[in-house]
Design a binder for this molecule. Sequence first.
Ligand code: NAG
Ligand code: NAG
Ligand code: NAG
Ligand code: NAG
Ligand code: NAG
Ligand code: NAG
Ligand code: NAG
Ligand code: NAG
Ligand code: NAG
Ligand code: NAG
Ligand code: NAG
Ligand code: CA
Ligand code: CA
Length: 562
Amino acid sequence: MLLSSILVCLLSQVSFASAGPNSSEEWWRDSFVYQIYPRSFKDSNGDGVGDLNGITSKLEHLADINVSALWISPIYVSPMVDFGYDIANFTDIDPVFGTLDDFSKLVTKAKSLGLKVLLDFVPNHSSDKHPWFLKSIQRVKPYDEYYIWKDPKIVNGTRQPPNNWLSAFQGSAWEWNEQRKQYYLHQFATGQPDLNYRNPALNEEMKEALRFWLRRGVEGFRIDTIPSLVEDDRFLDEPKIPNTGLPDTDPNTLSHIYTYNQHETYEVLKTWRDVLDEFNGTKKIILTEAYTNLTYLIKYYKYGSNIPFNFMFMGQLNNKSSPLDFKRDMDSYLNEIPPGEVANWVVGNHDQQRISWRFGVKRADWLSMVAAVAPGVGVIYNGDEIGMENRPMSWEETVDPAGCNAGRDRYTIYSRDPARSPFQWDSTTSAGFSTSNKTWLPVNSNYKTLNLEIQKKTPGSHYHIFKQLVDLKRHPVVKEGTTEIIVIHDVLAIVRRLPGTTPVVLLLNFSSNDVIADFSAWLNSPRVMTVYTASVGSGIQPGKFHNLTSFRLAPSAAVIFV
Ligand SMILES: *[C@@H]1O[C@H](CO)[C@@H](O)[C@H](O)[C@H]1NC(C)=O
Ligand SMILES: *[C@@H]1O[C@H](CO)[C@@H](O)[C@H](O)[C@H]1NC(C)=O
Ligand SMILES: *[C@@H]1O[C@H](CO)[C@@H](O)[C@H](O)[C@H]1NC(C)=O
Ligand SMILES: *[C@@H]1O[C@H](CO)[C@@H](O)[C@H](O)[C@H]1NC(C)=O
Ligand SMILES: *[C@@H]1O[C@H](CO)[C@@H](O)[C@H](O)[C@H]1NC(C)=O
Ligand SMILES: *[C@@H]1O[C@H](CO)[C@@H](O)[C@H](O)[C@H]1NC(C)=O
Ligand SMILES: *[C@@H]1O[C@H](CO)[C@@H](O)[C@H](O)[C@H]1NC(C)=O
Ligand SMILES: *[C@@H]1O[C@H](CO)[C@@H](O)[C@H](O)[C@H]1NC(C)=O
Ligand SMILES: *[C@@H]1O[C@H](CO)[C@@H](O)[C@H](O)[C@H]1NC(C)=O
Ligand SMILES: *[C@@H]1O[C@H](CO)[C@@H](O)[C@H](O)[C@H]1NC(C)=O
Ligand SMILES: CC(=O)N[C@H]1CO[C@H](CO)[C@@H](O)[C@@H]1O
Ligand SMILES: [Ca+2]
Ligand SMILES: [Ca+2]
């Protein structure tokens, strides 16, 4: 690109609301939260599946990288149809993961290391093996009303589901029960009947489940798939979206105006917030999982969510996005954060491919760097801190129902297994994940070169970068400064500024074209700045000074200056 070509530079200023009077109670501010997928983190008993004692044995790692909290994906009793998201007892631990005693040991050790323990709360449905559902089928009171049962619609003498609602996993969201002679609603798998939040007794049970874990030292919850919680009680057909070209069984053929984002869902959330606030001591946190639009997302703050997950890096922005796309979406989001509330940036999770697959291996550090420099909380998924990569799975190796249900030809589009391969601790058997060489999902064969032990010994590794990013969250300019997102050619810059101090600057090079720019002029920064950290492969040394009047970054490289 010629220097004379039109320069794109857009600048906006988002003043970041200063922390409210009670913000000191909000321990999650300016920190990273760490997601553990328990089957894949650490196996303590050699059965090839991760467990609670395994997590406990590795808590020192989380203290070392100094995240504020760990949230553990479901560990409850489950037939494992959906690997724990189908729960048969909300207040007990599945034997594959251990016992309640093991859980108490985990919490005690976490507390001694200054780590908060958060659990996954899956309120939309239970397993169809849950005793409540079995009693509901029998119409035993009060369980008869715990689920959403409807009479069939009789069309020309034949039995039909009560309306046209579709399950997220394809086909009618209604399943006929021959014993009760009614249909029940399941927004996900047939084995995951939806709970009925219009029944107060049911919500009291769920609130008791929250209290059960809070009494055991849990400091908050991540709430699974909240937008589908409550449905419209008129049970009207949802409008069809014309010309999708999809089969009639596909949920994307309907506009989900009666099954998603209902106002009553927010009111139920508020009742859970009140339960958490009953507990004295450390303030309790709620993180909500909602793939929804910005209006509905921001509304969760008002009803008690502290961290309505910001999923903009999970598809909305991808490896085809330009720096301007990043700027537009990040600005729109930051503009909407209510005063006193905290933004958040989700880097990865168990439902997405690894970052290095979504954005490329060279960009594996990008999103953590954005999450560190941008205001608010960063949320990472186990393995992100060492740049773990997808482990492609053959059809025979695939176990995720989302992949298996899609069939041999299409499973790679839907399977979430590649991001769930075991954590790579070291170069020993099964990457130190298990003493067994047979693990529930195969270990990535790159583990002898990509593992935590090696990265600890290697300056400039993902591990060392991540530790610096966690520390940067406590930098006064990052905690309190204003935020500007600036695009210069193919470079995205985030500038944090506090009067009277040196700004903090992040540069991400999206380009494969040749551009050398006077960044100090574009960014209104000092001419000479110090490298705080830089992405793996950038060739840039921390601690070195650089003259920003003519500065050059490798393609896909990222650097933070202070
Ligand atoms: C701050 O905390 C006090 C006591 O917990 C509470 O009464 C007050 O409403 C809180 N203020 C804000 C702004 O949340
Ligand atoms: C870890 O983070 C906490 C709070 O964010 C901070 O007070 C502490 O100094 C950090 N520990 C280390 C070893 O950096
Ligand atoms: C869940 O498990 C606990 C402990 O085994 C048991 O006491 C409780 O009754 C179970 N809950 C239900 C609803 O079955
Ligand atoms: C009911 O049957 C009649 C006569 O066979 C047919 O014309 C009509 O389309 C049917 N209605 C529906 C809703 O299938
Ligand atoms: C919190 O503290 C208040 C006042 O000391 C007490 O009445 C209440 O029972 C405590 N709540 C819990 C859940 O411990
Ligand atoms: C989100 O969707 C609702 C319902 O369609 C709409 O009213 C609202 O304007 C949307 N918000 C955004 C930011 O698109
Ligand atoms: C970009 O991402 C898609 C998946 O979203 C992936 O298939 C493709 O390989 C990626 N391309 C590059 C160059 O990383
Ligand atoms: C796995 O371990 C068994 C028993 O120690 C051994 O016989 C086998 O060769 C190992 N397989 C691999 C792939 O390392
Ligand atoms: C980004 O990478 C390209 C390709 O190597 C390079 O020409 C350009 O100078 C880099 N941009 C910056 C700002 O360093
Ligand atoms: C930075 O580079 C510019 C252009 O090469 C030069 O004029 C200036 O003296 C340099 N400044 C410092 C402090 O090195
Ligand atoms: C993103 C997503 O769908 N997450 C979970 C939502 O809930 C279903 C059913 O519990 C799970 O299968 C998903 O993992
Ligand atoms: Ca195990
Ligand atoms: Ca529901």
